[in-house]
Write a protein that binds this ligand. Structure first.
Ligand code: SF4
Length: 357
């Protein structure tokens, strides 16, 4: 099955294109305090190294604008666009645009009304800055909520559509929309409705999804359903975790749907009563040795002859354990049969050759 993506309008976020036929981009938001220079610089570098394509930074006050300006002056965002995340104070948005950010995220529900939004839009237009209209279930405009009798889904959709009209009336089109709810079902329902009503690119996310395990599952379900329907142009997986984990989760969601190829994929069996080796430990070792490998490789570590040879054959490099020995597969053929306790070392050697080649 191939996913047919909805063709949205394409917008420019710095040099990155979002929407249209551009690949679905993966983004994250920094968690370090922007005033802690060493921490924020380290986090930005880690994000770039793990393939983050858009970095968003919270800008809660004037000092944060100055810090962000310094980071930009130091060339940290030469290769990746930066978005300033603004709430409550439209002047911060103006200052960030002045400082040279590629995009700003505003939540029109709390930025202070149409007039202030118009000022921000005007500045964005002049400076070729992209805007994300960030609707969030936790901060919907109260008037819209009241009008929709408190129904969150309908209020979020109306809020998104109203803000699209505001942007268009101001002659501004370089924007994308997000409408994140913490409920997976609301998120799916809201994005589906917005996608039917507009062609502007959509930034997908389940908001406040939770810690690593729970949040990854919620995001995979919510984003997975939408992406499989062709909806979504850029994604952020919100996790109460290090930001690089959000990026990894984002790529895993996209690659599991065949929407992006990114680095190593590991196929491993869940183990069962037939397993005669410590497979979880071996998979951990394989996972550790793939750290930092950017090549698109499929690796398989399989516990026995039931499904092992089939999966290992299908991988670029695979192990299938047999009764006494383990078979090592390279590009579909067995290249060695080795003692079980030596197979990880042999696997490592072959992986090195494969990556070098
Ligand atoms: S491959 Fe073999 S060991 Fe692994 S789960 Fe399947 S039957 Fe069990």
């Amino acid at each position: 099955m191939e996913i047919k993506r909805k063709k949205t309008k394409q917008i420019n976020l710095g040099r990155l294109k979002i929407g249209g036929s551009s690949p679905i981009s993966v983004q994250s938001m920094t968690k370090s305090k922007i005033s802690n220079t060493a921490a924020i610089k380290g986090e930005i570098k880690d994000l770039i190294n793990c393939g983050c394509e858009v970095i968003r930074i919270a800008v809660p006050d004037g000092d944060a604008v100055l810090c962000l300006g310094k980071l930009m002056d130091q060339g940290l965002f030469t290769d990746v666009p930066v978005i300033a995340d603004i709430h409550f104070d439209y002047r911060l948005a103006l200052d960030c645009i002045e400082a040279g950010v590629d995009g700003i995220r505003i939540n029109p529900g709390n930025i202070g009304g149409a007039e202030r939004t118009a000022k921000v839009v005007e500045a964005a237009k002049k400076n070729a800055v992209a805007i994300r209209i960030g609707i969030n279930s936790g901060s919907i405009d109260k008037k819209i909520l009241k009008k929709n009798k408190g129904i969150l889904r309908d209020s979020m959709i109306e809020s998104a559509m109203e803000n699209i009209r505001i942007m268009e009336n101001l002659g501004f089109y370089n924007f994308k929309i997000s409408a994140k709810a913490s409920s997976v079902l609301d998120t799916i329902s809201v994005y589906r409705a917005i996608s039917k009503k507009t062609d502007y690119p959509l930034h997908l996310g389940v908001t406040e999804a939770g810690p690593m395990f729970r949040g990854s599952i919620k995001s995979s379900v919510g984003l997975g359903v939408l992406l499989a329907e062709g909806i979504g142009d850029t994604i952020r997986v919100s996790l109460t975790e290090r930001s690089v984990e959000e990026v990894r989760a984002g790529y895993l969601i996209l690659s599991s749907l065949g929407l992006r190829a990114m680095g190593v994929d590991i196929i491993s069996c869940p183990t069962c009563g037939r397993t005669r080796v410590d497979l979880p430990e071996m998979v951990r070792e394989v996972e550790a040795m793939t750290e930092g490998i950017k090549d698109d490789l499929k690796l398989a570590v399989m516990g026995c002859i039931v499904n092992g040879p089939g999966e290992a054959k299908d991988a670029d490099l695979g192990i299938a354990f047999g009764k006494d020995k383990a078979a090592l597969f390279l590009n579909g053929s067995v290249i060695k049969r080795v003692e079980k306790n030596r197979v990880i070392d042999e696997f490592r050697k072959e992986l090195k050759k494969l990556v070098k080649d």
